[in-house]
Ligand binder design. Structure first.
Ligand code: PGA
Length: 263
């Protein structure tokens, strides 16, 4: 299975960032697509426009090759949300629902990112968000990770986050065809420090094992690493995992494409 690289722009990006996204889409050649799937989670305000650009490019490439081809067979950059609300709709001023993300062109969404947890999202809400993502046909990218002070109890902490996020989903989980879990140590996000590659590999393997016992055997499961990933360290990390979740290094087209090259 090919690797996956997911960029998370966080609260960065204005209309002028369309130029950067165009560079990413143009640079995501069939050769790169053969190496890794590429997804970008821009702010919700840019999602619809980026999704349109990605779809246009898909058609263009495809028509140039063979007018009879189905554009869907031509991989382009996937789009994702950065979070979704735990209710499907209603009086939640300022929030974005999973269905809105899907409607705008997303095919996946981050759930439980450390920066959302730090703003007060708890395990119960993350569990409900995951359900909403599934209901809206979005692939959830469940983010888990320990804080610096929790490093000594890392395994128990991660197991608790996984168990709570995936709790009481069984009936809907029967339909979960694809789940992505991103291991992001909180202390590694934006800090320039990270665990050793051997440690990342061991933790991701353990996460896969624990998650496997919580989801149906038919679920396609991928476990990624995130936290201070750059073009310089990506090759080693991608080789040890199913892919990477990239924050600040995804803001420049050249860096994001260099990380795909490293896959
Ligand atoms: P970073 O962020 O790559 O800037 O460390 C990663 C993330 O928050 O997903």
């Amino acid at each position: 299975m090919s690797k996956i690289v997911i960029g998370n722009w966080k609260m960065n990006g204005l209309k002028s960032s369309v130029a950067t996204f165009r560079k990413i889409v143009r640079g995501y050649s069939p050769e790169r697509a053969a190496k890794a799937r590429l997804a970008l989670c821009p702010p919700a305000t840019l999602l619809a426009e980026f999704a349109m650009l990605a779809a246009e490019k898909r058609c263009e490439k495809n028509l140039a090759k063979n007018p009879e081809n189905n554009p869907e067979n031509n991989p382009s950059v996937l789009l994702g949300g950065q979070s979704c609300h735990f209710e499907p709709a209603g009086s939640f001023t300022g929030s974005v629902s999973a269905a809105m993300l899907h409607d705008a062109g997303a095919s996946l969404t981050l759930v439980g990112h450390a920066e959302r947890r730090a703003q007060g999202e708890d395990d119960e809400q993350i569990n409900a968000q995951l359900l909403q993502a599934l209901e809206a046909n979005l692939t959830p990218v469940l983010c888990v990770g320990e804080r610096q002070a929790e490093r000594a109890q890392r395994q128990e902490h991660l197991e608790r986050q996984l168990t709570r996020a995936l709790a009481s989903l069984p009936p809907s989980l029967a339909r979960v065809s694809h789940l992505i879990v991103a291991y992001e140590p909180v202390w590694a996000i934006g800090s320039g420090t990270m665990p050793s590659t051997a440690e990342i590999e061991a933790v991701c393997r353990k996460i896969a094992e624990q998650t496997r016992s919580l989801v149906p055997s038919t679920t396609r499961l991928e476990v990624l690493y995130g936290g201070s990933v750059t073009p310089a360290n990506a090759a080693e990390i991608v080789a040890a995992t199913d892919g990477v979740l990239v924050g600040s290094a995804s803001l420049e087209a050249e860096n994001l494409l260099a990380i795909v090259d490293a896959a």
